[in-house]
Ligand binder design. Structure first.
Ligand code: SF4
Length: 171
């Protein structure tokens, strides 16, 4: 799907500009999303420009997004900075999957007590500059919508996508 989705001058159809981002998670919602493309790509590419979708494209930009879908919890200062940049570039942000919506299960380590934090865990935390606490998305940025589920609930995702396509007067 490595195609430039710039608007075709012969096709004045307006498109919703979308980004799909993953942070600390197992990326199962990304896998589900790519599975959905098997059935919906032809329909979606008429109305959606996938401007940032690293799982499927090599050229990506987060400039001027209408909707950013963000999967995963935020587990480092670097990730917090990145997601704030996404927020600054998107009119709407939708949290995707339980890790983004609630923090869990990615935030399980927040419940560790100090004698459970062994040398190996300390080494990982230090090497990857992880924060002390893993955060759900709305602890770091404003979130406009949530698609809960582990992985995301497909029906809710489809309804949310449709909601924004209508909001932008595209369908
Ligand atoms: S919500 Fe579940 S499926 Fe999604 S990233 Fe987290 S652990 Fe994986």
């Amino acid at each position: 799907m490595d195609q430039e989705n710039t608007q075709n001058p012969n096709n004045p159809q307006k498109k919703m500009i979308v980004g799909w981002f993953s942070f600390t998670c197992s990326e199962d919602s990304t896998i589900l999303f790519t599975e959905l493309l098997n059935d919906h790509l032809d329909e979606w590419k008429k109305v959606v420009e996938f401007r940032y979708l690293k799982a499927l494209k090599s050229k990506n930009s987060m400039e001027g997004l209408d909707v950013a879908f963000v999967e995963g919890a935020i587990s480092s200062d670097k990730q917090a900075e990145e997601v704030k940049k996404i927020r600054d570039n998107a009119k709407y942000v939708v949290a995707i999957g339980a890790c983004a919506c609630t923090g869990m299960p990615s935030a399980s380590r927040n419940a560790f007590v100090s004698d459970q934090i062994n040398e190996r865990i300390c080494m990982y935390m230090k090497n990857f500059n992880y924060s002390d606490k893993v955060k759900k998305l709305d602890e770091v940025i404003k979130v406009d919508d949530m698609v809960n589920g582990c992985p995301m609930n497909i029906q809710t995702f489809l309804e949310t996508l449709e909601k924004y396509l209508k909001l932008f007067n595209i369908i």
